[in-house]
Design a protein around this ligand. Structure first.
Ligand code: NAD
Length: 495
C-alpha cells in the first residue's frame, strides 16, 4: 500500500467560515498549494466576499494530473477490503464534520440550512453506498463457445479521472462522483465550481485527513475552467471525465473526449414535467410540487420545470399551490424560518428577470411573485405563472429559478405529448392514485427517471441520470461503481 505524505494546510492557506477552518489552496499530490492569483467567493445572500481562493491555471492542472497518474498504480493495487475500510473511516470523519459542511454550503451557496443538512446526509449516504460496493465487485468465468478455453471477465479502474462539478449541489456532486471513482480504484482531479469551491475544499481536506494516499485525490479551483479543463482533456493520461453541468459545456467536453477517445459521463440539464392527473391526491401533489419546484430556489436540474395539470383538477391545484407559494419565506439560509434562499449570482437573477418578462409578454398570467427583491443579496420572489395554452416555444427552457410555470391539458395523451416535447430527458413526475395507470404512462415518458407520487428521487441505491440532451451514464445505484471500471476479458487455454 502507498505510504502517505499528506500535509494539512498551514494557517496562510485557510479561511474561517462560520467558525470552521477551510482550505483555500489547491490540493496537488497530497500538498496544499497556493497560487499568486486568487479569485473571490461571495455569499449570495449578502453579496459580500467570504474567501479568496487560489486560482489554478493549466500548469497546476497538469501537475495534478502528474500526481494522479503517479498514484494510480499503487491505489488500484489496494485490496478491496482495505479500500472499503478507508471509505468507512472517511465516512465517519465526514459525519463528524456535518455541521461544518452545512454551514459552509449555506455560506457560499445561500441555500437554507435544513436543505444543506439534507444534502450533506444524502452525500454521506453515497459515500457509504460506494464503500459497500467496493467489497461486492464480481467477475464471471465460463467455458468458451468453441471449447478448449475459458472466458474470464473481470474489471479494472478506467484510470485518472477528471470530476467537474456545478455550484448548485456542491457536496452531493463531489461525493457522488469522487465516491464512485475512488471506490473503483481511480485517482481523481476534482475541479470545483467557481461559485462554491469551499465545500469541495472541505470535502477534499476530510478525505485527505481520513488517509487517502497522496496524489489519489487532487483538487483544482479556477476562474478559467475552460482553459484548465481543455489542457487536461487533451492529455492522454486522463482516461475519464465525469461532468455535471449545463448541456452546452457537456457538448464541449464530449467533443474533447472524442478527440482523445476518452470515457465520459454527463449529467446535464433537465426540463422536468410535473404531471398531475384528475385522480391525484391533490394535497400530496401540491406539497411535492412546492418542494420539487422551490428547493434550492429552483436551481436544480431535476426541478419541476413545467407543471402540467389535468383540467378537472387544475383550478383547485392552482389555488392551493399559489397559497403555499405565498407562505414560503425568502431570506438568509441561516435563519431557521427561511425556506427559499437567494439565487447564486446577480447574473442568474438578471436572467430570471428576463425570463419572467418574456413569459408575461407571451400571455402568461402572473399569480404570485414576479420581482427581484431589493437590498443585499440576489433574492427573487417565489413566482407562479399560469399559461392558457401549451407554450411549446418554452419547452426547452430550463428555468433554474424559483419560478413555477403551470399548464393545463384536457387528456392524458396531451399531457404525455407535451411532457415529451423537449430535447431534455432527465426527470419527470406523475401524480395519480391509480398505480397501473401510473406505470403505463411512466413507460411512455422519455426521461431517465420518473417520480410517481414523489417530487424527490435522489438516492444512493438508485441510478441517477438522463437521456437525450440530459446526458450519458448514471450515478449511484447498483451499477454506479461500474461507471469508473473497464470490463476486461481474459482468455485462458485449458488442455
Ligand atoms: P456550467 O455548465 O456552467 O458549469 C458546470 C461546471 O463546469 C463548473 O464547474 C464550471 O466551472 C465548469 N465549466 C464551465 N465551462 C467549462 C468549460 N468550457 N470546460 C470545462 N468546464 C467548464 O453549469 P452551472 O451553471 O454551474 O450549473 C447549472 C447547469 O448544470 C444547469 O444546466 C443544470 O441543469 C445542470 N445540472 C445538472 C445536474 C444533473 O445531474 N443532471 C445537476 C446539477 C446541475
Amino acid at each position: 500500500m502507498a505510504s502517505s505524505t499528506l500535509t494539512t494546510p498551514t494557517s496562510d492557506l485557510v479561511v474561517e467560515i462560520h467558525g470552521h477552518i477551510v482550505p483555500t489552496a489547491l490540493l496537488i499530490g497530497g500538498e496544499w498549494r497556493s497560487t499568486e492569483r486568487t479569485f473571490a467567493v461571495a455569499n449570495p445572500a449578502t453579496g459580500q466576499t467570504i474567501a479568496d481562493m487560489s486560482d489554478g491555471s493549466p500548469v497546476e492542472a497538469r501537475e495534478a494530473l502528474d500526481a494522479a497518474t503517479a498514484a494510480a498504480e499503487s491505489w488500484r493495487a489496494w485490496p478491496p477490503r482495505a479500500r472499503a475500510d478507508l471509505f468507512h473511516r472517511a465516512h465517519r470523519l465526514l459525519v463528524e464534520r456535518a455541521d461544518a459542511f452545512a454551514d459552509v454550503m449555506v455560506s457560499e451557496s445561500g441555500k437554507p440550512r435544513a436543505e444543506a443538512v439534507g444534502e450533506f446526509e444524502l452525500s454521506a449516504g453515497f459515500f457509504l453506498w460506494y464503500s459497500e460496493q467496493i467489497a461486492h465487485l464480481h467477475g464471471t468465468y465460463q467455458e468458451g463457445s468453441r471449447g478448449g478455453y475459458r472466458v474470464i471477465e473481470t474489471h479494472q479502474p478506467v484510470g485518472p479521472s477528471l470530476l467537474i462539478t456545478p455550484w448548485n449541489f456542491p457536496m452531493l456532486m463531489s461525493a457522488r462522483k469522487a465516491g464512485a471513482a475512488l471506490a473503483a480504484g481511480c485517482t481523481v482531479i476534482m475541479k470545483s465550481a467557481r461559485e462554491t469551491p469551499l465545500t469541495a475544499a472541505l470535502f477534499a481536506d476530510t478525505l485527505n485527513e481520513a488517509g487517502f494516499p497522496a496524489g489519489v485525490i487532487n483538487l483544482i479551483h479556477t476562474s478559467t475552467s475552460a482553459d484548465v479543463s481543455a489542457g487536461l482533456m487533451a492529455d492522454d493520461r486522463l482516461r475519464k471525465v465525469s461532468f455535471t453541468g449545463s448541456t452546452g459545456v457537456g457538448r464541449t467536453l464530449l467533443a474533447q473526449a472524442s478527440a482523445n477517445i476518452m470515457n465520459a459521463s454527463m449529467e446535464l440539464g433537465g426540463d422536468g414535467p410535473f404531471i398531475v392527473l384528475d385522480d391525484a391526491d391533490l394535497e400530496l401533489a401540491v406539497d411535492q410540487a412546492i418542494i420539487c419546484k422551490f428547493r434550492n430556489a429552483g436551481q436544480a436540474c431535476v426541478a419541476a420545470n413545467r407543471i402540467i395539470l389535468h383540467s378537472a383538477i387544475a383550478d383547485r391545484f392552482v389555488e392551493a399551490f399559489v397559497e403555499k407559494t405565498r407562505q414560503l419565506a425568502v431570506g438568509h439560509g441561516f435563519d431557521p424560518a427561511v425556506t427559499v434562499g437567494p439565487l447564486i449570482s446577480e447574473r442568474q437573477r438578471h436572467r430570471v428577470v428576463g425570463l419572467v418578462d418574456a413569459f408575461q409578454a407571451s400571455g402568461a398570467e402572473l399569480l404570485a411573485g414576479g420581482h427581484a427583491i431589493d437590498g443585499q443579496g440576489f433574492f427573487y420572489e417565489p413566482t407562479v405563472l399560469r399559461f392558457s395554452g401549451l407554450k411549446h416555444e418554452f419547452a426547452n427552457e430550463e428555468l433554474f429559478a424559483p419560478v413555477a410555470a403551470l399548464y393545463t391539458v384536457d387528456t392524458v395523451s396531451e399531457a404525455i405529448e407535451f411532457a415529451n416535447d423537449t430535447h431534455y430527458g432527465l426527470s419527470a413526475y406523475l401524480f395519480t392514485k391509480d398505480l397501473s395507470r401510473a406505470v403505463a404512462i411512466a413507460e411512455k415518458l422519455d426521461f431517465g427517471m420518473v417520480g410517481i407520487n414523489r417530487g424527490i428521487m435522489a438516492d444512493p441505491a438508485a441510478p441517477f441520470g438522463g437521456i437525450k440532451a440530459s446526458g450519458l451514464g448514471r450515478e449511484g445505484g447498483h451499477d454506479g461503481i461500474y461507471e469508473f471500471l473497464e470490463r476486461k476479458y481474459l482468455a485462458l487455454t485449458i488442455d
